[in-house]
Design a protein around this ligand. Sequence first.
Ligand SMILES: Nc1ncnc2c1ncn2[C@@H]1O[C@H](COP(=O)(O)OP(=O)(O)OP(=O)(O)O)[C@@H](O)[C@H]1O
Ligand SMILES: [Mg+2]
Length: 239
Amino acid sequence: MEELKAEGICKRFLRGSRSVEALRNAEINLKRGELVFLVGASGSGKTTLLKILAGLLKADAGRIIYGTRDAGAFSEDAWCEFRRTELAYLPQQLGLLTALTAAQNVALPAMLHSRERRTAEVYGRASALLDKVGALSLKDAYPAELSGGETKRVLLARALMTEPKFLLADEPTADLDPKSAADFIELFSELRTNGCGVLAVTHEHAHLQRADRVLELEDGRVRAFEEMRETLAQGYGKG
Ligand SMILES: Nc1ncnc2c1ncn2[C@@H]1O[C@H](COP(=O)(O)OP(=O)(O)OP(=O)(O)O)[C@@H](O)[C@H]1O
Ligand SMILES: [Mg+2]
């Protein structure tokens, strides 16, 4: 499974009596070993698209293909298995279980795997990942005790626990200081080098030059973000 492809993705939401067209024939593809950033105005449908790609939201129309597998044929169980083994989704909003510590949250995906009951080994890996994202000192903290940026670090560690082939990250650096954000981007770059396909939503144009491709969501469609060079040269997104 080397590539994910989505074609003709349409999604409408009903808000009261009003219908919001979030995605209109959106297309996207992501190869393993590629780092792609997705930009677009607030409300342009970025989160909606990522959730659909992760099987957490159903599109009204369109096809999602992972390698040779048509995700339209996945049952709910198949999606769960797929997210546990091949695809990691890093949510924009909070996503940690409040009754578990940071380390327990990170270890959870592997603990749920029936073949991985070697607790010490799993926690060892969870600690190593927390260390990698600069959050080892928080391993015994509960989600309610974490700041927004700290939560993002723990979420990233948890996403990496299963060594995913694809990582879909929704504004992973939004709550981070510039140095931590740069560390995250460095980590994404390393994941890409190791063969993971990374699709990350961002509003921070400062990082865009690190990507293999930059895409933009506009009017419900995905297109190449062609103004990138020009906007970077003009300093768009500074400050
Ligand atoms: N469950 C929902 N019910 C109704 N409308 C929704 C729902 N989820 C999203 N929308 C609407 O769909 C559009 C796209 O939302 P989405 O969250 O995908 O935007 P986004 O690009 O991720 O924005 P941001 O950059 O602010 O995170 C918005 O107009 C939003 O209000
Ligand atoms: Mg969003």
